[in-house]
Ligand binder design. Structure first.
Ligand code: SF4
Ligand code: SF4
Ligand code: FES
Length: 366
């Protein structure tokens, strides 16, 4: 995988000039990365720090001294003393035409901008920065998978700009290759092998393609489609499905959990990724069958609500009874990677100190 900005052999430090400012750079870095580090903004759409550059959207074109054509800042590797210009009349003209061409085959709102979507719509934000040219609408029919009955992910082909972030994410980050660019010309679209439903492919339903999509062409089926208009609170927490410790943002509306996303790439250890459980398996939170208080089985064989103190006392009594009758090593304690380190420590303390056995295990240790 070619990742110029992550070139492990990068050892040489030199300077380049961006918009007349001297910037420090390293071998293998791209114009975009050097500019970003030096506080110079270059707009991007098909770029994702986690992916190898594709140079697909042409949003980031810049002038490079000695180059006749504008070059993609996200993919162009810097060399010593290179001179780059990121803002000029030529670049402004290029961006205006490019964004207007994108808008020509997109559904627009009353303000003449690409419709607002649930996901981070970077195309809409970029289009706000140029003058509208009011080009004639372009009819570019792109296919969606017919009747894709997967439970989580919907593809809206009309919002797609074919930046291939989703397909590259699926390949380079997930290593799954469930989706690909298919067809040619105006009919190019995102497809699966044989246009099968995602559920019938190797797709792991991780939803990472949704997060990386810069236009809202990939959306979550589970969440309300009008979240942008609702009053939604966001709370950062740690996923408790396994012991990896992925960070996640819980989106709540009227005290109901409506969506889960990952923090932006680069912010937390999961680097913008979540698995299918972390992202989509949150129905249990408000499920009516969920046990919300301790239950003790009574003499009548039925479960009855109890306080935590009562439940712990009954469990301790039962365990002590087994110990007295069969000895300490007849007991075994299994803890969980879903618990904190402190809770796991206490569990082994209960096992060893309170019940006198070393039969203590934790699922992540297997
Ligand atoms: S959900 Fe994950 S595995 Fe499935 S297509 Fe998207 S990125 Fe690939
Ligand atoms: S679905 Fe989104 S991420 Fe994939 S190519 Fe289209 S615009 Fe890009
Ligand atoms: S961000 Fe550089 S070509 Fe798309």
């Amino acid at each position: 995988m070619n990742r110029p900005h992550q070139n492990k052999k990068a050892t040489q430090t030199f300077s380049v000039e961006i918009n007349g400012t001297k910037c420090s750079a390293e071998t293998g870095e791209t114009v975009f990365n050097v500019a970003k580090r030096n506080g110079i903004d270059i707009p991007v759409l098909c770029h994702d720090d986690r992916l190898a550059p594709a140079g697909a959207c042409r949003v980031c074109l810049v002038e490079v001294e000695g180059q006749r054509r504008l070059q993609p800042g996200c993919a162009w590797v810097v060399t010593p003393d290179m001179q780059v210009t990121t803002e000029s009349d030529r670049i402004e003209k290029h961006r205006t035409v490019l964004y207007n061409l994108y808008m020509a085959d997109h559904e627009l709102d009353a303000a003449g901008l690409p419709v607002e979507t649930e996901n981070n719509n970077q195309l809409r934000e970029l289009c706000k920065t140029v003058k509208p040219m009011k080009l004639a609408p372009v009819n570019a029919p792109r296919d969606a998978r017919p009747a894709d009955n997967n439970p989580y992910i919907e593809f809206k082909p009309d919002l797609c700009i074919l930046c291939a972030r989703c397909t590259r994410y699926c390949d380079e980050v997930e290593g799954v290759n469930a989706i690909t660019l298919a067809n040619r010309g105006a009919e190019t679209t995102i497809a699966t092998a044989g246009q099968r439903s995602l559920i019938d492919t190797s797709c792991e339903l991780c939803g990472g393609c949704i997060d990386t999509c810069p236009t809202g062409a990939l959306v979550e089926k589970k969440s309300p489609q009008n979240l942008v208009q609702l009053d939604v609170a966001t709370t950062r927490t740690t996923c408790n499905f396994c012991g990896v410790g992925c960070q996640m943002d819980l989106h709540t509306h009227n005290d109901r959990l409506v969506k889960i996303t990952s923090p932006e790439p680069g912010q937390t250890l999961n680097d913008g990724n979540l698995c299918v459980k972390g992202r989509f398996a949150f129905d249990f939170v408000h499920h009516e069958d969920r046990i919300t208080e301790p239950l003790i089985r009574g003499a009548d064989g039925q479960l009855h609500p109890a306080s935590w103190d009562e439940a712990i006392a009954v469990a301790a009594k039962g365990l002590l009874k087994v110990k007295e009758k069969h000895g300490s090593d007849s007991l075994g304690f299994i803890s969980s990677s879903r618990c904190t380190g402190e809770e796991n420590y206490l569990m082994q303390k209960v096992s060893r100190a309170a019940f006198g056995t070393n039969n203590i295990h934790q699922c992540a240790a297997t």
